[in-house]
Design a protein around this ligand. Structure first.
Ligand code: UDP
Length: 379
């Protein structure tokens, strides 16, 4: 008899949601993570009273009632609305692309004026048929000025490739609005869990045995029959020892600074740097995700900022953004076939699925997996 019903590899969102549902269904689970903490890339660490998003900004947003209702069990969400600013040389614009952006760019004030300029620039770009790459997608969506000032160089920094070499799908998620509305997302629900994501994931894992700083391969080598089944949320190619080659990712490196005695450094949680003047893509000032206050509502006297730099992933780096181009999609398909043949191991989550999941779809997929695995209703 195995000691556990499930070994869950990875204490991020997918692992924590599955563990919670499995515990409810009466299963005995062990969750392991090779990092020395839970939370995966959602992990937040409290520094000077500020919940720092150690692995990059995470803003929860969804229109899925099931997911939104689900997370309410584990945290109270604040009313944070993501409204990033974009800096191009010394010009500052609102994002996403909306009337505030357009009026600043062209000195106009009505939607009709904005529409005329954008339509003229779209016509000038003369993209016929379906856009073939990101540049064509951007030009046919928003025209030359916005593309040049807010998209081209940012995207080159972010992906390390020319916009003509990237798929249109990357920017399809960015809204274009002819109203004065700086909300980055179109979803019904949005917010940040008060007290940080680590606390929320801790609540999901309550009652489950968790061991951090434990490597899956070492554990399995020492005790191959430790669990009946494995839910593996690590990188799928790494599981197979990169036998078919590695999947490509972009990684992000963070340069984080604690600024003591500085109450307000950039006046917003997110500022994108959309030109090549700076090598970083954006700066996050973490305190503004929670309105600069501690849990008692007192204004915090210090601040923490993180500059984000994007690089090609090398072995040993953290994988962030999957490069879902043709070559990698095919390679993933090969790994998926190997995964299917792997008895009693289920691959899940962003790393297991090689998908650029936001948090909400990640939770939805974990709930579906729990229902399929455990034969119960996950809610
Ligand atoms: N993007 C851009 N300029 C910006 C913000 C985004 O050109 O100021 C493009 C860029 O190609 C990026 C994509 O839009 O990769 C998706 O941006 P999003 O903010 O959704 O990415 P994330 O926050 O997940 O990194």
């Amino acid at each position: 008899m195995a000691q556990y019903d499930y070994l869950i590899v990875g204490a991020g969102l997918t692992g924590a949601v599955f563990a919670h549902e499995a515990l409810k269904a009466g299963k005995k689970c062990l969750v392991i993570d090779r990092r020395d903490h839970i939370g995966g890339n959602c992990y937040t660490e409290n520094v000077k009273g500020i919940n720092v998003h150690t692995y990059g900004a995470h803003i929860f947003h969804t229109s899925d009632d099931r997911v939104w209702n689900y997370v309410q069990q584990f945290a109270k969400f604040n009313h944070y609305v993501n409204s990033p600013m974009a800096k191009f040389h010394d010009e500052l614009y609102n994002l996403p692309f909306n009337m505030n952006t357009f009026s600043k760019m062209w000195g106009i004030s009505t939607p009709e004026e904005a529409r005329q300029i954008i339509e003229a620039q779209k016509a000038e770009a003369a993209i016929s048929g379906e856009p073939k790459n990101l540049e064509e997608q951007a030009l046919s969506l928003i025209g030359r000025d916005v593309f040049n000032k807010l998209i081209r160089e940012y995207t080159e920094k972010q992906w390390g490739k020319k916009c003509t070499e990237l798929p249109p799908s990357i920017i399809k998620r960015l809204p274009v609005r002819y109203i004065y509305d700086n909300n980055y997302f179109n979803d019904c629900y949005q917010g940040i869990p008060m007290g940080g994501y680590t606390k929320m994931i801790e609540a999901m894992l309550q009652g489950t045995e968790v061991r951090c700083a434990v490597n899956y391969k070492d554990l399995i080598a020492a005790d191959p029959d430790i669990a009946e089944r494995v839910i593996y949320t690590g990188p799928i190619d790494e599981y197979f020892d990169f036998s078919l080659g590695n999947l490509e990712w972009r990684t992000v490196r963070f340069e984080t600074e604690v600024l003591e005695g500085v109450e307000n450094w950039q006046g917003n949680a997110v500022v994108n740097y959309t030109s090549h003047d700076e090598a970083f893509t954006r700066i996050i000032e973490h305190k503004w995700f929670e309105f600069g206050k501690d849990e008692e509502g007192n204004m915090l006297p210090d601040t923490v900022i993180s500059r984000e730099y994007s690089f090609t992933w090398q072995p040993g780096d953290e994988p962030y953004y999957p490069l879902n181009d043709e070559k990698n999609t095919q390679l993933f398909e090969e790994y998926r076939k190997l995964a299917e043949a792997e008895e009693n191991v289920v691959f899940a989550g962003r790393l297991g699925a090689y998908k650029y999941y936001d948090m909400a779809p990640c939770i939805a997929a974990a709930l579906d997996l729990a229902e399929a695995e455990l034969g119960v209703k996950a809610e």
